[in-house]
Design a protein around this ligand. Structure first.
Ligand code: WQD
Length: 340
């Protein structure tokens, strides 16, 4: 059974990907330093799959610890790298933390992978690398624009590090998945998003407002040049996103890839405005969500949604869940959290 390492494997997208990997027959080694996740997620994963993953508490910023990890596990078939800090606003205030945590860790992992005869590597990238793209929907050929935040910059630089390494290390076979906006939770409601503190992202803020944790949702601006004035994003169910990682990994393991560094946009291909997301939540929850229009948020792009042709046709992957499905799963998860 192929052994796959998932760094950040107790995080939001990481945990959902571990579930899909295990259910697809892979043996998983979860690496996480628990800086932004809970060990309880391990139990949630196991309660879904009935399988135990090997768990290694490891801070990938510790180079010698990373080296020891790869000596301990010499028979790794692939590695999916989620471990990174991801709060846009925080990255503006703490750039050095972000460059250290998101890039040093990537370098240390790659330095060990390239020692192997063949290494299969999936990188967690983001549509944020496009900034405000000129044309919608966004294809993988869209120009990479100057990052709007240190977080976005770490994703751009991360891709460059991998690309440069792949050029001289043919044994490194890599795919970067550029996520649009991951939302929702596993339908079992046994794992989901666990924002620490005040949620920065729209959907957890909506569900926490509906759960009574927040008095109301602030809609950051309704004076944008969009049909209803609010920003448009491509909200993808986290389970669909997780499945994309399994498909991408198999592409590498089965040597179906064309070059040793490929990028794919992973979204639904559908753009939804903030108000449309609110209305979707109200439909699936049968609740009225209290919200108010406030000022724009610094750094927000107006519109971003994916052209998923490449992922559909070449990767053989397509998002299966609708916005309503995702919102329903997000609300079910929030209700379970509140009753736990
Ligand atoms: C979506 C829309 C907000 C909160 C970021 C990162 C991206 C990825 C996902 C990590 C925007 C509006 C939000 C609120 C609001 N992160 N909004 N009120 O900014 O598109 O993407 O998170 O991988 O890389 O850039 O997501 O959910 O923060 O915002 O009106 O309380 O909702 O203005 O238009 P974003 P988001």
């Amino acid at each position: 059974m192929a052994k796959i390492v998932v760094t950040g494997g107790l995080g939001f997208i990481g945990s959902h990907t571990v579930v899909e990997l295990q259910q697809d027959g892979f043996e998983v080694i979860i690496v996480d330093n628990l800086s932004n996740s809970s060990i309880n997620v391990l139990e949630g994963i196991q309660s879904i799959t009935g399988k135990t993953a090997i768990f290694e508490k490891l801070d990938l910023k510790n180079k010698s610890a990373v080296q020891e990890f790869f000596i301990k596990y010499p028979d790794i078939s692939g590695l999916i790298h989620f471990a990174a800090s991801k709060a846009v606003g925080e990255s503006v205030q703490e750039p050095l933390l972000y460059y250290e945590n998101n890039l040093n860790t990537l370098v240390y992992v790659l330095q060990e992978l390239v020692k192997k005869p063949e290494a299969h590597f999936i990188f967690s990238s983001s549509c944020t690398v496009y900034g405000q793209a000129d044309d919608m929907p966004i294809t993988e050929q869209a120009p990479i624009k100057p990052a709007e935040s240190p977080y976005g910059n770490t994703k751009q630089i991360g891709e460059e590090i991998i690309k440069d390494t792949c050029k001289v290390k043919p044994n490194l076979q890599a795919i970067a998945l550029r996520y649009f906006n991951p939302i929702g939770a596993h339908p079992s409601a046994k794992i989901g998003e666990l924002p620490i503190g005040v949620p920065q992202n729209l959907v957890p803020f909506i569900t926490q407002t509906a759960a009574g944790l927040r008095p109301s949702l602030s809609v950051f601006g309704n004076d944008y040049p969009t049909p209803d004035g609010t920003c448009i994003r491509d909200y993808i169910h986290v389970v669909d996103l997780a499945k994309a990682h399994v498909v991408a990994l198999k592409r590498l393991l089965q040597k179906k890839h064309v070059t040793n560094f490929e990028t794919f946009n992973i979204g639904t291909g559908v753009g939804s405005s903030v108000l449309e997301v609110i209305h979707a939540f109200e439909r699936v929850s049968n609740l009225k969500l209290p919200f108010k229009i406030t000022n724009r948020r610094e750094g927000d792009v107006i519109t971003a949604f994916a052209d998923t042709t490449k992922a559909n046709n070449i990767l053989g992957w397509k998002a299966a869940s609708s916005l309503d499905d995702a919102m329903k799963s997000a609300w079910k998860w929030e209700q379970r959290l509140r009753n736990a």
